[in-house]
Design a protein around this ligand. Structure first.
Ligand code: NAD
Length: 256
């Protein structure tokens, strides 16, 4: 039997420091629903500032730690410091990511390693460290951010390296879900379509938003809150029978 969720529980989010990003919006959304919040971001000062703003606004425990998710030792040190300050770690959300608009014929070995380092290796390092704690409790939730770019083969701002890394995240999600289901841990992916953040080369103009929405079924691009709500469901106690899945939150851009 998987234990019930503890009254006091934490979620750690990577990549939750950028002001208009999905991660910060998700941290707010989850704190409002009673989660204690840990934030890991390459921007140490911003991670701590977002944690403080959340603690003040919702009265939950929140802490931030700086780490480059592409470096395993930094990730492990950040988890150690956050876990010392927070209640039981129940959930991890891997949001840290970088875009890569480089055409395939111009991709250098450095660009390949940069993007894989953050978007794929980073997901592994944080997941590996988080599930070591979760296995001890017999309870855990992991959500990884993929992208419609993985499923459609690019076609968004980013190109092949990003698409390959985000496709890797889906295979990783399924395999870890299979290996750790018996330990009470669910692992799922969320695959967003275009979301109104600054990751696609800066703040989107109305013209770009309209052009991006034209490909989908719904007449708009997504908001960080659209993704936060999907993440909130997948880490909830009631989502305990959902694992190894990719939830597309993309306005109908990709149907299969
Ligand atoms: P964003 O740029 O606002 O946020 C990314 C965050 O990751 C930032 O806080 C940044 O500081 C952090 N980060 C970057 N490199 C890091 C590193 N090496 N170590 C630690 N932190 C690092 O972007 P966003 O749009 O909020 O994206 C969040 C996630 O959603 C990403 O994984 C992205 O690929 C994915 N996604 C976004 C969209 C979209 O349209 N915005 C679509 C599909 C998937």
């Amino acid at each position: 039997m998987v234990p019930a969720f503890p009254d006091s529980r934490s979620v750690i989010l990577t990549g939750a420091a950028s002001p208009r990003g999905i991660g910060r919006a998700t941290a707010h959304y989850l704190a409002e629903r009673g989660w204690s919040i840990g934030i890991i971001d390459i921007d140490d000062a911003a991670a701590k500032a977002v944690a403080q703003e959340i603690a003040e606004q919702y009265g939950v425990t929140a802490a931030g730690a700086g780490a480059n998710v592409a470096r395993e030792q930094e990730v492990r040190a950040a988890f150690d410091s956050l876990e010392a300050e927070l209640p039981q770690l129940v959930a991890l959300v891997n949001l840290a990511g970088v875009s890569s608009p480089v055409p395939y014929l111009e991709v250098t070995a450095e660009e390949w390693d940069r993007v894989m380092g953050v978007n794929m290796n980073g997901v592994h390092y944080a997941t590996r460290r988080a599930v070591e704690s979760m296995v001890g409790n017999g309870l855990g939730r992991v959500v990884n951010l993929s992208s419609v770019s993985a499923q459609r083969g690019g076609g968004t701002f980013s190109k092949t390296v990003y698409s390959a890394a985000k496709a890797g995240v889906i295979g990783f999600t399924r395999s870890v879900a299979r290996e750790l289901g018996g330990a009470g841990i669910t692992v799922n992916a969320v695959s967003p379509g275009p979301i109104d953040t600054d990751i696609m080369g800066g703040t989107l103009t109305e013209e770009r938003k309209t052009a991006m929405a034209a490909d989908g079924v719904l007449p708009r691009i997504g908001t960080p809150r659209d993704i936060a709500a999907a993440i909130s469901y997948l880490i909830s106690e009631d989502a305990g029978f959902v694992t190894g899945q990719t939830l597309n939150v993309d306005g109908g851009l990709y149907m299969h």
